[in-house]
Design a binder for this molecule. Sequence first.
Ligand code: DUC
Ligand code: ZN
Ligand code: ZN
Length: 482
Amino acid sequence: MADYDLVVAGGTVVTASDMFQADVGVVGGRIAAVGLNLRGERTVDAHGLLVMPGGVDSHCHIEQLRANGGTDEESFVTGSTSALAGGTTSVITFSTQFKGHGILEPLAEYRRRASKAMVDYTFHQIITDATDEVVFNEIPQVVASGVRSLKVFLTYEPMHLDDRQLIRVLAAARRTGALVTIHCENYDAIRWRTAALLADGRTDPKYHPWSRPSVVEREATHRAIALAEMIDQPIQIFHVSCPEVAEEIARAQARGLKVWGETCPQYFVLSAQDMDRPGFEGAKFMCSPAPRDAAASEGLWKMIRAGVLDVTSSDHSGSSYETPTGKRIAGPDASFRDIPNGVPGLASRLPIVFSEGVSKGRIDPSTFVRLTSFNPARLFGLYPRKGTIAPGADADLVLWDAGKVVTINNGLMQHIIDYTPYEGMEVTGWPVCTIRRGEVVMKDGLVQAEPGTGQFLARGPYDMIKPTGNVPFGFDASAFLV
Ligand code: DUC
Ligand code: ZN
Ligand code: ZN
């Protein structure tokens, strides 16, 4: 008689802290045992493979609503397929707000769309217009519905918040018990440099990084941290591109602040140089903050080893290269200012982090697990259901061939986007099987999951993001609806 519905047998289990030989027994979609000689009705052979928690991608743009009534090209079905192909089983995507409108309606529409997902999912709520109605009335409702993180932009027309609006969002988050994630770049500095570049006729994609040097990211990061410190509101700094920015986070952490930092694979392997290609080609690599250089990438790894940066998400944000609604939406000769930002990366995230990190000896496999599943799950209130291999956790697993050498091509990504910025890149280490809540949903690249089988992950209150209690003069200004 079998004790388990499924046993993943003979692999090397890797958790955030340990690595050991064991079988994983699954009952009812959850891990029931981690041990030796387990017997299941079905067995997945994991000999020679690493068995790790399914990836948790805590920052990816999928089917995001647009002001013109459209959405991102990547749908929840294609995005899920790509995520599962790359070993990711949970995602956090973005419900948005349009200036002059509330957040409840788009959230309802977005939840309807997300119900097609095959990965488990939850959202960050973007705030672009911090009106009284939104900060005093709607944010509490959204957080109570299980969307326990807000996202704000300090740049981008028309999404950026000024300092007063940022303060109001941070205060609303403190009152309601949500985490705030922040895109840190200085809006006015970028506008000013962009105007000068365009005035000088410098319009090619290669001038995108020139318009937003690392100092604009560092300044905004410093400001966001300072305001979060004043309010005593925990924050995560999104997509840190270089060590100077991470230094701001390190200083905040040394002062005891709850400030966390995320980076992304594009900052490990792309550089400003990639945007300096003939014609329009550089548009394929345009994202913000802009990738820097090899020294910056190496510096990020140091910040990871020091624990300053502890999450690696994809910031998957695809715009196809050839289609008229993608990178060329403003025309094939558009200036860098008008080319949509963002690179796709749902499926390439784990292979690039593993290859650059573990295979090249920069981090160990447990650090890989922390960066790609355990830490995002913990920070965003999904742990211990997600991010670990332990009894009671969802049986979300990725079986990993650590020695498999693969040359990335766009077909392998299985996303809707018509290119990958990593075309031709060789990686060592590849996901060969993905299991979502006990079901094999990817085997040797073949994704088999029914649309609509992903579950919404409602997030309740959790200790990690509680304020520290230290407010200037002991006066908690966030308690007042101002
Ligand atoms: N930068 C973002 O902030 N979001 C999506 C794409 C990008 O490059
Ligand atoms: Zn961003
Ligand atoms: Zn993003």
